[in-house]
Design a protein around this ligand. Structure first.
Ligand SMILES: [Zn+2]
Length: 80
C-alpha cells in the first residue's frame, strides 16, 4: 500500500518497540506489529493493535516497576 504521507514508498509490515512514559516510569512493548514507510518512516497501527497496546502500556505504567518491558504477543503476566 502506497504511503499517504510522502507518496514515495510502499508501506511494509514491520515489528517495532513502542515506549510510553508516565510519572517517572517507563513501559516498553516489544515486537508490536505495524506498517512502516521506508521512505519517510511514518508508521501505522491497526485499531486492534493500538487498543491492545494502549491497554498493555496503561497496565504496565500503573504497576510498581520503574522500567517494564513486555512482548506484544506475550500473554498477561501474573503479578510477581
Ligand atoms: Zn512515506
Amino acid at each position: 500500500m502506497r504511503c499517504e504521507h510522502c507518496d514515495q514508498g510502499e508501506r511494509v509490515p514491520v515489528r517495532r518497540a513502542k515506549t510510553a512514559e508516565r510519572d517517572g516510569k517507563v513501559a516498553v512493548v516489544l515486537d508490536v506489529p505495524m506498517e512502516e514507510c521506508p521512505a519517510c518512516g511514518d508508521r501505522w497501527l491497526t485499531r486492534d493493535v493500538a487498543a491492545r497496546l494502549d491497554t498493555m502500556l496503561s497496565a504496565m505504567l500503573s504497576g510498581d516497576v520503574e522500567i517494564a518491558t513486555r512482548h506484544f504477543d506475550e500473554p498477561a503476566r501474573p503479578a510477581a
